[in-house]
Design a protein around this ligand. Structure first.
Ligand SMILES: [Zn+2]
Length: 191
């Protein structure tokens, strides 16, 4: 969509994220119905926002400046993009996030799409690196002494309908010999 005059004046006819003046267009910062959620972006920024896989990490060094914009919609976009970069392992993005200050309302807007939660997502993997889900069945690949249980769970024992321990990617829970026990993911294989 063609950007309107008012927004072009605000952005001084440049991309509000990287400062480029090429192929400017309107970008709507989600959610749709939020007031004042339109910003001016260039095509390079637009394509990368829409396709996270195409993100050119170096291009986004521009956020170093645009994160200080006075426009809340630009702040929100910078915050979300920095979280994406941080998730890709870019430590500088976390440094910028640490410096960034959003007022409460803008912070709530920034978090509204769940973009920031990616950082805290805990992924459980078995001994082969296969991703485990709640309800999966696994088999033990090692004899495990069950602390406090007074028995050893034998290698080869199947544990059905495991549950993932939410805050620890190395722990799952399952029932062995009638007891609910915590098992380390590195000692199990998904079946
Ligand atoms: Zn741009």
């Amino acid at each position: 969509m063609k950007p309107n005059k008012k927004l072009l004046e605000r952005s001084q006819h440049t991309c509000e994220l990287c400062g480029s003046d090429k192929d400017l267009q309107l970008y709507t910062v989600a959610p749709e119905n939020h007031p004042d959620n339109e910003i001016i972006v260039c095509k390079t920024c637009y394509v990368q926002i829409e396709n996270p896989d195409l993100m050119d990490v170096n291009h986004w060094r521009c956020l170093n400046e645009s994160m200080w914009s006075e426009v809340p919609a630009v702040q929100v976009m910078a915050w979300r993009l920095l979280h994406r970069l941080n998730h890709k392992g870019e430590a500088w993005a976390q440094d910028l996030l640490d410096m960034m200050y959003l007022d409460d309302e803008t912070q709530a807007w920034a978090e509204a799409t769940g973009e920031g939660n990616m950082d805290e997502q805990v992924i459980h993997k078995d001994s082969n690196g296969a991703v485990l889900q709640n309800g999966d069945s696994v088999v033990l690949i090692k004899d495990l002494k069950v602390a406090g249980g007074g028995f050893t769970a034998k290698r080869g024992t199947a544990v059905r309908r495991i549950s993932l321990v939410a805050d620890n990617p190395e722990h799952i829970e399952g029932r062995v010999e009638g007891q609910q026990i915590v098992i380390l993911t590195k000692y199990v294989k998904k079946i």
